[in-house]
Design a protein. Structure first.
Length: 275
């Protein structure tokens, strides 16, 4: 199994797939799904000529899981160090959900590594509603059965219509299986990291092309938040490098509910900025 050693002797498991001559896309997965977040779209990106660097972030999967405080900025730093260890220079960046938040920090703090970035279903700072939601998730992860917690997350992340559609069959089982791979300690730390996150000072520092993709009906990471938060629409008013795209009929799970559209939008954006 391929591993790279980054800060504090942390071992990160990674996979590099797709055409060897294709532009590299580093993927940052979500707080509950990890690198498996991209499972429904990876084939599409590879078919479009992209080489995918997928890895288990610190605390996830086959990577090291130190008992320490986890932060968005720390996960971004690990990604930059992974690129250094593997000898990559500037790459494309794709993060989803919490991984989209990591992508915001990555683009701002490690801009020398970035060609262009897509942050999917993410925001820069939670409002009261979202802080409360992540706190409740954390308490649920501490007290509920893992399956019940997974089912609750599914109902908040995936649209009701999709769950009853032919394509949506098996979604509950899929989410249970993927969330069940997680270390509960890491899930709690991820919730705390999102509760306490404030990336708003970093937004003006993004100096490379940056796309925010959101579902208009997303209750977890909507494109516009209450005044105490900072979502995609307001981020775009703060920095001319930031553009937005909204999936009009989707909640939080665009990579699952409309994977073809997600691949097309992000691929077109990446190709536009490869020069």
């Amino acid at each position: 199994m391929p591993y790279a050693v980054v800060a504090n002797e942390t071992r990160l498991y990674y996979e590099l797939t797709g055409p060897e001559d294709g532009p590299v896309v580093i993927q940052f997965g979500g707080g509950l799904f990890g690198r498996h977040n991209f499972g429904a779209v990876n084939d599409g990106f590879r078919e479009n000529g992209f080489q995918l660097l997928s890895f288990d972030a610190r605390g996830y999967g086959a990577s090291s899981s130190p008992r320490e405080q986890y932060t968005i900025e720390m996960w971004a730093r690990d990604g930059a160090q992974l690129l250094d260890v593997l000898g990559f220079g500037r790459v494309l960046v794709h993060g989803t959900s919490m991984g989209g938040m990591i992508a915001i920090a990555f683009a701002a703090l490690h801009g020398d590594n970035v060609i262009a970035t897509c942050a999917d279903v993410a925001f820069a700072k939670p409002d009261v509603y979202r802080r409360t939601l992540f706190r409740i998730w954390r308490r649920m992860a501490e007290t509920m059965t893992w399956d019940d917690f997974s089912d609750h997350v599914t109902t908040q992340a995936v649209g009701a219509g999709f769950l009853e559609s032919e394509d949506g069959k098996g979604t509950f089982d899929l989410v249970r299986a993927v969330i069940g791979l997680n270390d509960p300690y890491t899930v709690r730390q991820a919730c705390i990291a999102m509760e306490e996150m404030d990336l708003s000072p970093l937004v003006p520092q993004i100096s490379t092309p940056f796309l925010m993709t959101n579902g208009t009906h997303d209750i977890l990471c909507p494109p516009a938040l209450a005044p105490s938060g900072l979502g995609a629409r307001e981020m775009a008013t703060m920095n001319a490098n930031i553009t937005t795209h909204e999936f009009p009929d989707i909640g939080h799970a665009d990579l699952l509910e409309c994977p073809d559209d997600a691949v097309r939008i992000v691929s077109e954006f990446f190709r536009e900025h490869l020069g």
